[in-house]
Ligand binder design. Structure first.
Ligand SMILES: O=C(CO)[C@@H](O)[C@H](O)COP(=O)(O)O
Ligand SMILES: [Fe+2]
Length: 220
């Protein structure tokens, strides 16, 4: 199943609740929530208080992407404030297996994200335990960047590893995805698509529909 996860990093925070409703009503299945700490990545976005308050406005699946150092310190808090899927960076932890177990023990889905320079093979020891593998298609830290073309081969490789092992792990892509280039990542094997600028700039409802139309065109 192909899933759209609009990233609220590109939303207008003064009307965030309204914009979340708009993406959900137009058919987006997840909401991508980028948490940045100014340490693992240069920028700071938002944290638990914002997630708690938007949790009250929508029942959409919260797909929380933690771009923070030592994320194991905060797993309980993110679970408590409303995350459904918690994705942390492989590069930010010492023992990824322990973090995955912690997320699962709280009844949440676990994802690992890897930066563009991290070999896909680095995630193989954990692949069997993961609900989702996030292959970053830009350097994490900012919205609005251009898709890194070398990502396509990495997505293909990730899909191959998942299939060879008979797993059902979702493969998520994040960064620089638009209705025009989404077919490239779908063809390579991604099935959970994050898009920020392409959804929240302009007519939000129409942007979601255009992206879903691109999904349909790919499936034909
Ligand atoms: O995690 C990140 C950036 O670090 C992303 O989720 C961005 O928010 C995606 O934004 P666009 O590239 O689609 O504008
Ligand atoms: Fe993200």
């Amino acid at each position: 199943m192909l899933i759209l996860s609009p990233s609220i990093l590109a939303a207008d925070f003064s009307v965030l609740g309204k914009q979340i409703k708009e993406v959900q009503e137009a058919g987006a299945q997840y909401l991508h929530v980028d948490v940045m700490d100014g340490s693992f990545v240069p920028s700071i976005s938002f944290g638990m208080p914002l997630i708690s308050s938007i949790r009250g406005t929508s029942d959409i699946i919260f797909d929380v992407h933690l771009m923070i150092a030592s994320p194991e310190r905060y797993i309980e808090e993110f679970a408590k404030c409303g995350a459904d899927i918690i994705t942390f960076h492989l590069e930010a932890v010492r023992d990824p297996g322990v973090v995955i177990d912690k997320i699962h023990a709280l009844g949440k889905k676990a994802g690992i994200s890897i930066k563009p320079a991290t070999p896909i093979e680095a995630v193989l020891p954990y692949l069997g335990e993961l609900d989702m593998l996030l292959v970053m298609t830009v350097e994490p830290g900012f919205g609005g960047q251009a898709y890194i073309p070398e990502s396509t081969e990495r997505i293909r490789q990730a899909r191959k590893f998942v299939e060879e092992r008979g797993l059902s792990t979702d493969i998520q892509v994040d960064g620089g995805i638009t209705a025009d280039n989404v077919h490239v990542v779908l063809e390579a094997g991604a099935n959970v698509i994050v898009a920020g600028s392409a959804i929240f700039r302009g007519d939000i409802g129409q942007n979601v529909k255009d992206m879903l139309k691109s999904f349909e065109a790919f499936q034909k």
